[in-house]
Design a protein around this ligand. Structure first.
Ligand code: PMP
Length: 366
């Protein structure tokens, strides 16, 4: 028996507000087709992997020292990437990095949310936003999207103006529904906001929509754009998220970040991975084309498909989404039950994986 196994959660002096909550828990199952966490299906090239190994080897002799606490070289590289991608000239002062964009979002709520403060999100959206709000004791204020999952921007702006949340999350493209928000709409929301708007652009590279980074110069005191290397950059296992904002925002986050939060290993591996950005990002066009092929094939089979700008597709309608999810799993295909009635979400994989998913789609119970 495991030491301490008799201790129940209810025996612990846990914070009252955390009792009864459920943790984030996308299943990690060993099945042939894993299409449930929106990763990039293409593994790193041999050249990239070798460069990561060489970069780690180079710093291995210095591991007795703490890493660069400010990760300046990495932030320089990220700023250069964003500058090239958006044509907005950014420097390391505009960029902050952490262990995945989840940590970025947590630091934002630690600094701009917290007890007595409110964060608003347009649901359904990324399930970690309310979980990170709970962890930081930020009151969560969910605001519904339209029936078709699009955002009623005028209504959203009116709610923001009226309720004056301290933090507003806008996910673009939205996970799990796939739509992105045009800059004009975003302008309306930011103008209505007295707090900060966090545009979560985890899937930006897959979208034809312009990045919110374009609005940073205009709205520097109100806007934070969050990004990640977990999706388009195929670096989910490396854990590297980042943000673009006014330098003062980066200064604010220094008050809550843990010292040396980004290990020397992470910094070295992320920089090596960024040196191969152009080859890695070559997969983006392939995945977008596969997304459109999968969407069309699903529609052809009579499914309702939500239009997506990301590397996943939400589709339905199922009498019992949980049962259908299990039925996919029996066919060796792990997709995601995101808790939206009648719908499931599939991550776009390689053509072969997508074919397996489409073959299963013909046979699952609806
Ligand atoms: N934001 C959104 C919208 C996401 O879908 C995800 C990953 N599922 C994240 C942030 C966090 O990703 P990571 O911590 O790997 O950067």
């Amino acid at each position: 028996p495991v030491v301490g196994a008799r201790v129940e959660l209810s025996d612990l002096p846990l914070r009252e507000d955390l009792r009864g909550r459920t943790p984030y828990g996308a299943p990690q199952l060993d099945v042939p087709y894993r299409l449930n966490t929106n990763e990039n299906p293409y593994e790193p090239t041999d050249a990239l992997a070798a460069d990561v190994v060489a970069a780690v080897a180079e710093i291995a002799g210095d591991l007795h020292r703490y890493p660069d606490r400010d990760a300046v070289a990495l932030r320089d590289d990220l700023a250069a990437y964003l500058t090239e991608a958006t044509s907005v000239t950014l420097t390391s002062e505009n960029v902050w990095a952490a262990n995945g964009s989840n940590e970025i979002l947590q630091q934002i709520l630690q600094a701009f949310g917290g007890p007595g403060r409110v964060a608003l999100g347009f649901e359904p959206s990324y399930s970690m936003h309310p979980i990170i709000a709970a962890g930081t004791r930020t009151e969560w204020s969910p605001t519904p999207r339209r029936q078709d999952f699009s955002l009623d921007v005028e209504k959203a702006a009116a709610i923001i103006a009226e309720t004056r949340p301290d933090v507003v999350f806008v996910t673009s493209p939205n996970n799990p529904t796939g739509q992105s928000i045009p800059l004009e709409d975003l302008r309306l929301l930011i103008s209505a906001c007295t707090g900060v708007i966090v545009v979560d652009e985890a899937y930006a590279e897959f979208s034809p929509q312009e990045s919110a980074i374009k609005l940073l110069d205009e709205f520097g005191s109100r806007l934070i754009v969050s990004r990640t290397m977990s999706k388009a950059f195929a670096f989910a296992g490396g854990r590297l998220g980042y943000l673009a904002a006014a330098p003062a925002v980066v200064d604010a986050l220094q008050l809550v970040r843990l010292p040396y939060h980004l290990s020397a290993l992470t910094q070295a591996a992320a920089r090596a991975s960024l040196r191969h950005a152009s080859e890695t990002l070559g997969s983006v066009a392939k995945l977008a084309a596969e997304r459109d092929r999968v969407s069309a094939a699903l529609a052809e089979m009579g499914f309702q498909v939500v239009p997506s700008d990301a590397n996943f597709v939400l589709f339905g309608w199922f009498e019992d989404a949980r049962e259908t999810w299990k039925s996919y799993l029996e066919h060796g295909v792990l997709i995601r039950d995101v808790g939206i009635a009648g719908h499931l979400r599939v991550t776009i994989g390689t053509p072969e994986e997508n074919d397996a998913f489409l073959a299963a789609s013909k046979e699952v119970s609806r």
